[in-house]
Design a protein around this ligand. Structure first.
Ligand SMILES: OC[C@H]1O[C@H](O[C@H]2O[C@H](CO)[C@@H](O)[C@H](O)[C@H]2O)[C@H](O)[C@@H](O)[C@@H]1O
Length: 631
């Protein structure tokens, strides 16, 4: 039987309609029973999960899902929504692309570069850096700060009735760089360490004041200043920012004015994230209150919508509730700052993965489909909250509030005891995350294990036995022996970005601080050289990675006769500072994860400058520079 062209067209039309109908039926079923966003959460009909965002993001118009949610509208919102509702059905990718081009503008739109008012091209500390190449390199990194400083444009450059996804703040701030066009909560702490060594006190204060403003408005610091980040926070380092700012400036007025807001943020964590745990495996059998990360969310993350949607829908064994739980666990990982990592994967699945060599990498949906984030009691979160309790006790004592100071000392003491009973393994002399469901330590050895030492929590086994103290850093020693670069987050190669082989600057910072703290427990006569040496090596490795990778990507230091030979591949490149590095090779950046490795980069600049200041006498230019020297 032969069909006319016309009847073929009709059949095609009916078939497409039918498919769209089935898809929409699926969406309806999926979106019904969706818990309403709370008062704080994401509510925009454009940038938050709903029919509009689902249609645009599933059309995969951009390589990076974050691009769309950062684009301001260039027509008033009612016109945008009206035009969307009038788009011919079924939507095609090209009609959606035309629609976005007509109604949305560049993702860079709402933020503007700003005058970095206290910028100084030659901060004093540079003079301390003995090595000439590193001295010059530190000057170059310092010169990057103005490129990363932003403020929110007046009226955000928006036309009347237009909208964007920015959460407005009053002061300037530093962004990480690349796709990260807004500020990030925990990044800002590590950025601040670098700002403070250069004496950029005004910028540091501005950053703190932005956070105080947001806590005043919504009760906590969100992941970043976008409305789609409003359902979650990040490692709570604001109190520590005020601490280091105060240490650098002696600005006690700032402490006094910040204190009520710091208490408010602390209460947010205590009210929303505490869990009771009985130390079953410990002779004490005591019940402790510790904290976990937990995000109330039942949708794909707007900025990674496509990725999350596929992760969940490909988990065919999950029903609607199972998918919602998965979305909550995914968003919770983003809150941890370690998005994503084997730390949050269900232990059985991880074991299976470790035994199966044919497992696909790097788009490792299978691991993400088995997240157990909200059941993990993380060592790092509790270490930070412990540090916050100590600082809040000190600040309260300073303002004369003895009662509150004592109450915070008591909270810190209880948490410390709980952390040691729950996280510390006396035999292995190391800290481990704890899984609430299994009631045991999680199986992943990660650099998070060193956060308690950064926080000043030392189990008795290591305070009175230097050999045990050294043994507790055995993992660091082993990683440094095994790999030429910086320390990888874990040794598990999952393709997830907070796993092997990625070496993240903030984690190097924590390990260095941890080593320096434990070193202080002993005297010179105790022969603490190994511990000191480890700290120096970790510091040296990061600086070497940052400089070598920068040279490899076209960086040039004119003052010291160093120039890139790689110019043919990097004609327009001038050297990149990356967000993460590769532990197995000093000269290359990290990779994996759900977006391409980013450059800029806020925390890397901050921590590199911090290291160059702290270790100015001993840090050396890496061997890789030899191949870049001009004849
Ligand atoms: O868009 C995907 C995720 O990206 C962010 O996480 C990563 O970058 C942050 C900024 O440097 C960093 O703080 C975080 O540790 C990185 O994993 C973002 O924070 C996530 O919420 C987002 O879903």
């Amino acid at each position: 039987m032969r069909f006319s062209e016309k009847s073929k067209e009709i059949a095609k039309f009916i078939l497409i309609r039918f498919i769209v109908f089935i898809i929409l039926l699926g969406f309806d079923a999926y979106y019904s029973d969706k818990p309403p966003y709370n008062d704080i959460g994401c509510k925009s009909p454009i940038y938050c999960p709903d029919e509009f965002l689902t249609t645009i993001q599933l059309a995969h118009l951009f390589n990076d899902s974050k691009t769309f949610v950062d684009m301001p509208t260039k027509k008033p919102i009612h016109e945008v929504l009206q035009a969307f509702s009038e788009l011919p059905f079924p939507h095609t990718r090209s009609s959606l692309r035309d629609f976005v081009d007509t109604y949305f503008s560049s993702p860079e739109g709402s933020l503007i570069f700003t005058n970095f008012t206290d910028f100084n091209p030659s901060p004093e500390f540079l003079e301390k850096i003995k090595d000439h190449t590193l001295h010059a390199f530190a000057g170059i990194i310092n010169s990057y700060w103005p490129d990363l400083s932003r403020r929110i444009a007046k009226d955000r450059n928006l036309c009347e009735g237009c909208v964007d996804s920015i959460y407005p703040v009053n002061n300037t701030f530093i962004v990480p760089g690349g796709r990260f066009r807004e500020f990030y909560y925990w990044d800002s702490y590590f950025i601040m360490e670098g700002l403070l060594v250069s004496g950029y006190f005004r910028m540091a204060k501005d950053i703190i004041e932005n956070f105080l403003q947001i806590v005043g408005e919504i009760g906590f610091v969100p992941n970043g200043n976008r409305i789609y980040y409003l359902n979650r926070s990040m490692p709570p380092l604001l109190t520590q920012m005020v601490k280091i700012y105060y240490k650098a400036t002696n600005d006690f007025d700032m402490v006094k004015s910040a204190l009520p807001t710091l208490l408010k943020e602390y209460e947010f964590w205590q009210k929303n994230t505490t869990v009771q745990i009985v130390a079953k495996n410990h002779p004490s059998k005591k019940k402790y209150t510790l904290n976990r990360y937990i995000v109330h969310n039942s949708d794909p993350r707007p900025e990674s919508f496509l990725e999350d949607y596929f992760t969940a829908t490909n988990a065919t064994w999950l029903n609607a509730t199972g998918r919602e739980n998965l979305y909550a666990d995914i968003a919770t990982v983003a809150e941890t700052g370690w998005d994503f990592s084997s730390r949050w994967v269900r232990a059985e699945k991880l074991t299976e993965y470790l035994q199966d060599t044919s497992f696909t990498r790097p788009n490792n949906y299978a691991l993400l489909q088995n997240l157990d984030t909200r059941s993990v009691i993380p060592i790092d979160l509790n270490s930070i909250l412990y540090m916050n309790e100590i600082v809040l006790a000190d600040f309260n004592a300073k303002v004369g509030n003895k009662k509150l100071a004592n109450s915070f000392r008591k909270r810190a003491k209880d948490r410390r005891e709980g952390m040691i009973d729950i996280f510390w393994d006396k035999k292995r002399l190391s800290f481990w995350d704890f899984n609430l469901t299994s009631g045991t330590h999680t199986p992943v050895a990660s650099l998070a294990a060193f956060f308690p030492f950064w926080a000043g929590i030392y189990p008795t086994e290591i305070t009175n036995n230097l050999t045990a103290a050294k043994e507790s850093f055995r993992l660091i020693e082993k990683l440094l022996e095994k790999y030429p670069g910086s320390l990888p987050a874990t040794e598990i190669d999952t393709g997830l970005q907070w796993d092997f082989p990625n070496a993240w600057p903030p984690l190097q910072y924590v390990v260095i601080e941890a080593l320096m703290n434990v070193e202080k427990l002993y005297n010179e006569k105790d022969n603490i050289n190994t511990i000191r040496e480890l700290a120096r090596t970790v510091a040296q490795r990061l600086v070497s990675s940052v400089l070598c990778a920068w040279l490899e990507t076209g960086g040039e230091i004119h003052t010291n006769n160093i120039s890139t030979k790689r110019k043919e591949n990097f004609m327009n490149d001038v050297g990149h500072i990356f967000e993460k590095y590769n532990a197995t090779n000093l000269t290359i950046p990290g990779g994996g994860g759900e977006y391409v490795v980013q450059t800029g980069f806020g925390w890397t600049n901050g921590i590199t400058l911090w290291i160059l200041d702290k270790f100015s006498e001993i840090i050396q230019a890496p061997e890789c520079i030899a191949k870049f020297k001009r004849e």
